[in-house]
Design a protein around this ligand. Structure first.
Ligand SMILES: O=P(O)(O)OC[C@H]1O[C@@H](O)[C@H](O)[C@@H](O)[C@@H]1O
Length: 290
C-alpha cells in the first residue's frame, strides 16, 4: 500500500511502521481496537471494547518483515502445512498484501485486502489464483478468505485461518463441540480417531478434525467462552505444541504453550477443495466472546 492511499483511510485507521519497517494498519474505533500487518494480511490483535484480546500473540515476536508472525491469525494458503512442497503453510503469510477497501459502518470496521496476482505468480508460476480477504472488526471478529481459480484447469486448494487464541491455563482448558468427531492425528499419522468428550490438553495436540462444521466453544474455566464458528469449512485443526515443540518453534517462548491454543478453520486433509476454472471458494471464521 502506498502512503498516499493511507491519506484516504477512515480516521479510525492509521498506517504505522514498526522499528523493523513492517507496516501495520492500526484500528482505533469506539467498538474495537485492532492491528493488521500488511505482510500476510495478518491480524495480530483484536480487542472489542470492554473485552480482552480475542487473539494470542507471542511476546517474543520481533515482527521483522522477513519472518512469519507467531500469533494472531496467519493465513495458510494455497496449501495447509506441508501438503505441497514449499514453505510451511504456503506463501500468503509472508507476502505483502494490498489494501483495497476500508469502511467504517458505525458498528464495525470492514477492511478488504488482496494478494496481488503478480506476487502469486512469482512464487507459484504454475498456479492461477485470485485471493482476497475481508475483515469485519467490531464486537466480534470475522474473516472471509475468498479464492478464485483464474486459470484454465482445475486446481487443488487447501488452507487454514490459523487462529491463535488465548487461554488462562491450558491444563484447565476444554474445547466443546467436537464430541464424536473424527480426526487425523498429525503426530502419529493415524486417521479415524473419534473424539470422546471435550478436547483436553495434557501433551502435544496436532489434529485435523474432519467431516465437522459446527461451532466450537473454548472453555478455559473463566467467566466467558470464546466461540469459533466457520463457513465453507468441514475441517478444523486443533494445535498446542506443549513443552518440547515449544522449545523448537521460532519466536515462541518455552512456556508459551500454557496460554494459547489454535483452533484453525480449515480446508485441510480430506477437506481440500478442487476448484474448476472460474470457481470461487470462501472460507470464513468468526470469533466472539460470550
Ligand atoms: O511453525 P508453523 O509453520 O507456523 O506451524 C505451526 C503449526 O501449525 C499447525 O497448523 C500445524 O498443525 C502444526 O503441525 C504446526 O507445527
Amino acid at each position: 500500500m502506498l502512503m498516499d492511499e493511507a491519506a484516504s483511510l477512515p480516521e479510525n485507521i492509521q498506517l504505522v511502521r514498526n522499528e523493523h519497517g513492517r507496516a501495520f494498519l492500526d484500528i482505533s474505533h469506539p467498538r474495537v481496537k485492532a492491528r493488521i500487518a500488511l505482510q500476510g494480511a495478518h491480524i495480530t490483535s483484536c480487542v472489542p471494547t470492554g473485552q480482552g484480546d480475542l487473539l494470542w500473540m507471542s511476546p517474543e515476536n520481533d515482527a521483522r518483515p522477513d519472518r512469519p508472525i507467531r500469533g494472531g491469525i496467519p493465513i495458510c494458503w494455497p496449501y495447509f502445512g506441508n501438503e505441497r512442497p514449499g514453505p510451511s503453510h504456503g506463501i500468503a503469510r509472508t507476502s505483502d498484501w494490498r489494501l483495497t477497501g476500508a469502511v467504517d459502518t458505525g458498528d464495525m470496521i470492514r477492511l478488504s485486502l488482496e494478494l496481488p496476482r503478480g506476487i502469486i505468480k512469482h512464487h507459484l508460476p504454475d498456479d492461477d489464483w485470485q485471493l482476497q480477504v475481508e475483515f469485519e472488526l467490531g464486537s466480534s471478529l470475522s474473516i472471509a478468505l475468498r479464492t478464485t481459480n483464474s486459470g484454465g484447469r482445475a486446481q487443488v486448494l487447501s488452507q487454514a485461518l490459523h487462529s491463535y487464541l488465548p487461554v488462562r491455563d491450558i491444563h484447565e482448558t476444554r474445547l466443546w463441540g467436537l464430541e464424536g468427531a473424527e480426526f487425523f492425528d498429525q503426530l502419529t499419522g493415524v486417521d479415524h480417531h473419534r473424539q470422546q468428550g471435550p478436547v483436553t490438553f495434557s501433551g502435544e495436540v496436532d489434529r485435523i478434525y474432519h467431516g465437522h462444521a459446527s461451532a466450537i466453544q473454548l472453555d478455559d474455566s473463566s467467566q466467558h467462552y470464546l466461540v469459533v464458528t466457520r463457513e465453507g469449512s468441514e475441517s478444523v485443526v486443533i494445535w498446542n505444541p506443549w513443552t518440547d515443540k515449544s522449545q523448537r518453534l521460532g519466536q515462541f517462548p518455552a512456556d508459551g504453550y500454557k496460554t494459547m491454543v489454535c483452533i484453525e478453520a480449515a480446508n485441510a486433509g480430506p477437506d481440500h477443495r478442487v476448484l474448476a476454472p472460474g470457481e470461487s471458494h470462501t472460507l470464513v471464521t468468526q470469533i466472539s466472546r460470550v
